[in-house]
Design a protein around this ligand. Structure first.
Ligand SMILES: Nc1ncnc2c1ncn2[C@@H]1O[C@H](COP(=O)(O)OP(=O)(O)O)[C@@H](O)[C@H]1O
Ligand SMILES: N[C@@H](CCC(=O)OP(=O)(O)O)C(=O)O
Length: 376
């Protein structure tokens, strides 16, 4: 996943410039040629808006208006540089704090990647509520990287990563090639604020990298002005700052799955499926599903329970909404498309989207309502 700052998308005269974007589009093409899925978080709408109607001020509402003006030209800039169709995804931090919206955003982004589009995420600045600063795409990018389960978050900016002090004001500032842990001392290095066009400076980039590291995702900060630096990335060589993930990505993902609130849905499975999940680490296939309880959408977090009782065997993200799952329960995966007219893959819950629990809830059937309420 790639995040591109406003600092890279301007022409120096107050409008959009495509020089850096063209080199970054080349990186996107090379990563895709390597079989990687790429998602872009792009700033630059405010800068583009300013290029169209100069004279607007820096008040929140004025910048929100500029962002609305500049969003389409910013997308058009990218569409002119990449092969695949681009898709506009406007998100707010508030959206991603809401479980249902988070899951909907996740499903949309996954589908866009599946069909080969380039999702371009930007903050939905019109509804941004932060009075102090408009938007913060660094932190938004970190949340989206977690949401799509990215391998790495690449942050392109106008400096070669983090320096020990603000490179413009501190003559002794030295580059920091690798950060094992983002400590208060490291955060202190980034107190110097943003560049002329950016929001947040290195501070929000380090906040973002703190989030990705905790979620098991690597992050890299690099300078998007240098074509050589950009093309080196496609060969896994970084000139900038690398912030490795803490621990194992799968472990982090499983932690996330374990602690994500359930939707209240239950998928009941037969003994064969329960064993396959527990003993063989298998995905849950429709053939093993005996009943579905509750109303849930695709990508909802559901509990997997045996045919009888309320023992939670596992939990995970379902690939089919409740009404569709009811229709394919007990069937072979090959029959899904015939029955539903489409398919979201052969599994009801993919292994990587599931954690085993094996803990009895100990709730009598009469208490089901209370149980479901507690879970919401
Ligand atoms: N310790 C530091 N190392 C590097 N850059 C820093 C540091 N402290 C502050 N900065 C500022 O952060 C800027 C990059 O952030 P920002 O302006 O928000 O860019 P972007 O638009 O790419 O998000 C740099 O141009 C620099 O002015
Ligand atoms: N959403 C705003 C950008 C906000 C932002 O985080 O900017 P930047 O620090 O340049 O990544 C825009 O499109 O102009």
């Amino acid at each position: 996943m790639l995040k591109v700052g406003s600092s890279l998308l301007t022409d120096g005269k107050g409008g959009l410039g495509k020089r850096n974007a063209a080199a970054l589009a080349g990186l996107i093409a090379r990563l895709r040629d390597q079989g990687r899925e790429v998602l872009l978080v792009s700033s630059g709408a405010v800068a583009a808006g300013r290029g169209l109607l100069a004279g607007s001020g820096a008040e929140l509402a004025q910048r929100q208006a500029l962002a609305a003006l500049g969003q389409t030209p910013m997308l058009a800039l990218w569409q002119g540089l990449v092969e695949q169709p681009v898709a506009q995804v406007l998100l707010s931090h508030d959206d991603l704090r809401n479980r249902r919206r988070y899951l909907n955003a996740q499903a949309t982004l996954r589908e866009l990647l599946r069909i080969g589009a380039l999702p371009i995420v930007n903050e939905n600045d019109t509804v941004a509520v932060d009075e102090l600063k408009l938007g913060d795409n660094d932190n938004l990018a970190a949340v989206v990287a977690t949401l799509v389960g990215a391998d790495i978050l690449l942050i392109a900016t106008d400096t070669a990563g983090l320096y020990t002090g603000h490179p413009g004001n501190d003559p002794d500032a030295r580059p920091v090639p690798r950060i094992e842990e983002i400590t208060p001392e490291i955060m202190q290095m980034a107190q110097g604020g943003a560049g002329l066009l950016g929001t947040g400076g290195m501070y929000t980039k380090l906040e973002a990298a703190t989030k990705t590291a905790a979620a098991g995702i690597d992050a890299a900060l690099f300078c998007g002005h240098h074509a050589d630096t950009i093309s080196a990335l496609a060969e896994d060589r970084l000139f900038g700052t690398f912030i490795p993930a803490h621990g194992d990505r799968l472990v982090a993902r499983k932690m996330w799955l374990r602690h994500t609130p359930p939707s209240g849905g239950i998928v009941r499975v037969d003994e064969g499926a329960a064993q396959a999940i527990a003993d063989r680490g298998a995905s849950l296939l429709p053939g093993g599903v005996v009943a579905v309880e509750g109303d849930f959408n695709r990508d909802a977090m559901v509990d997997v329970m045996p045919a009888e009782g309320y023992q939670r065997l596992a939990r995970g993200l379902v690939q089919y909404q409740a009404s569709d799952l009811q229709r394919i329960a007990g069937l072979h995966s090959s029959e899904i498309e015939t029955v539903l007219g489409f398919h979201n893959g052969e599994s009801v819950i993919r292994r990587e989207d599931m954690v085993l629990l094996n803990a009895a809830v100990g709730t009598a059937p009469d208490d089901l309502e209370a149980l479901l309420e507690n879970q919401q």
